[in-house]
Design a protein around this ligand. Structure first.
Ligand code: HH2
Length: 296
C-alpha cells in the first residue's frame, strides 16, 4: 500500500516547537521565489509555478513551506524589503489558503511583518536578529516561532577564509547569546528554534565538525533546525558538481543530524527525506518499545 500524505499529518506549530522533546522529525520544504538562488534560482519566481511547487512539496509530506525572496548564497547581493515583498505578494496568501504552515526566510522586519500579515506563521532569520533587530519585536508582537541561525559575516563575504578557534563552542555561544537577545526583545523562549547555519561562513571542515557534534546544541533546550540541502560541502564530499543531484548526500546529513538531536530539516527534495525519516522514526519507536518491554 502506498503511503498517502495529507495536511492532517503535517506537524502543528506546537508539535514543531516540541519536536526536540517528542523526537518528531519535521520537514521544511524550500521555496525560493528568487532569480538567483544557488540550486533553483529562477525556477519558482513566477507565482503560479511557486504555488504549484509548494503544493507538490505538501503532497510529499512537507510540514512547513519556507519561502524566501532573497538569495543568501555566498557572494549574493542584498534585496531591499519592497522588492522582497513584491516577490511574495501573490504567493503567500495562496499558500496559506492551501493550508500550508509557511515560514518566511528573511532578515528584514518589514518583510517579516508583511509575510505574517499575509498568512505566514514562522520567521526564519538567517541573521538571527543582527541584520534588522526590529525583526525580534515583530516575532514578539506576533508570538510566532522564530528561527535563529548562526552566520559568520555576511553572505557577500562569508566564504572568504572563515576561521574559528572552536567552531562548535563559538556557534553554540552565538546561539545562546541570540536566544538571550530574542528573549530581551520579548520573544518567548519556547517559540525559539536554533540553527548552526551549515554553509554560512564555514569550510568543509567546519560543516563536518558541526554535523559530528550536533548533539552539543541540544543543551540549548530548543529544537535544532539544519539546512544541509544541496550545499557545496555535500558536493565537496561526494564529487557531485550538480547541486540538484545532491539529494542522497543531503539525506545522509539530515539522518545523521536526526540521530544526534536535530529535528527540523530544511530541504529542497521533500519526498525522499519524508521517506527516510519515516524509516528512521520507525526504528527509533521499535527501540523505545523494546526497552520498555525489557524493563517491565
Ligand atoms: N540555508 C539557506 C537559506 N536559508 N535558513 C536556515 N534556517 N538554515 C539554512 O541552512 C538556510 C536557510 C540557503 O539555501 P537556499 O535557500 O537553497 O539558497 P539561496 O540562499 O541561494 O536562496
Amino acid at each position: 500500500m502506498a503511503p498517502q500524505y495529507n495536511a492532517a499529518m503535517a506537524a502543528s506549530l506546537d508539535e514543531i516547537l516540541n519536536s526536540h522533546r517528542s523526537g518528531r522529525g519535521v520537514v521544511m520544504g524550500i521555496l525560493n521565489v528568487t532569480p538567483d538562488s544557488f540550486s533553483d534560482g529562477g525556477r519558482f519566481i513566477a507565482p503560479a509555478v511557486a504555488i504549484e511547487q509548494a503544493r507538490a512539496m505538501l503532497a510529499q509530506g512537507a510540514d512547513i513551506i519556507d519561502v524566501g525572496a532573497e538569495s543568501t548564497r555566498p557572494g549574493s547581493d542584498r534585496v531591499p524589503a519592497p522588492q522582497q515583498i513584491e516577490r511574495l505578494r501573490e504567493v503567500l496568501p495562496a499558500l496559506a489558503a492551501a493550508g500550508a504552515v509557511v515560514s518566511i526566510d528573511t532578515t528584514l522586519a518589514p518583510v517579516a511583518e508583511f509575510a505574517l500579515g499575509a498568512g505566514a506563521k514562522i520567521i526564519n532569520d538567517v541573521a538571527a536578529g543582527r541584520d534588522d533587530p526590529e525583526i525580534l519585536a515583530v516575532a514578539a508582537g506576533h508570538r510566532c516561532p522564530l528561527v535563529l541561525m548562526h552566520m559568520l559575516g555576511q553572505p557577500r563575504t562569508m566564504q572568504k577564509n572563515p576561521a574559528y578557534t572552536d567552531v562548535v563552542a563559538e556557534v553554540k555561544a552565538f546561539l545562546a547569546e541570540r536566544l538571550d537577545a530574542a528573549v530581551a526583545a520579548g520573544v518567548a523562549i519556547d517559540r525559539c528554534i536554533v540553527d548552526p547555519g551549515l554553509g554560512f561562513g564555514k569550510t568543509l571542515e567546519h560543516n563536518l565538525t558541526l554535523l559530528a557534534h550536533m548533539d552539543a546544541f541540544t543543551s540549548l533546550g530548543r529544537p535544532i533546525l539544519v539546512g544541509p540541502s544541496r550545499k557545496r560541502f555535500i558536493g565537496e564530499l561526494t564529487g557531485e558538481p550538480a547541486a540538484q543531484a545532491r539529494v542522497h548526500g543531503t539525506i545522509a546529513a539530515c539522518l545523521d543530524s536526526f540521530a544526534r538531536g536535530a529535528t527540523i530539516f530544511r530541504v529542497h527534495d521533500v519526498g525522499p527525506l519524508v521517506q527516510a525519516l519515516a524509516v528512521a522514526s520507525a526504528i527509533r519507536r521499535q527501540l523505545a518499545m523494546r526497552s520498555v518491554e525489557k524493563h517491565r
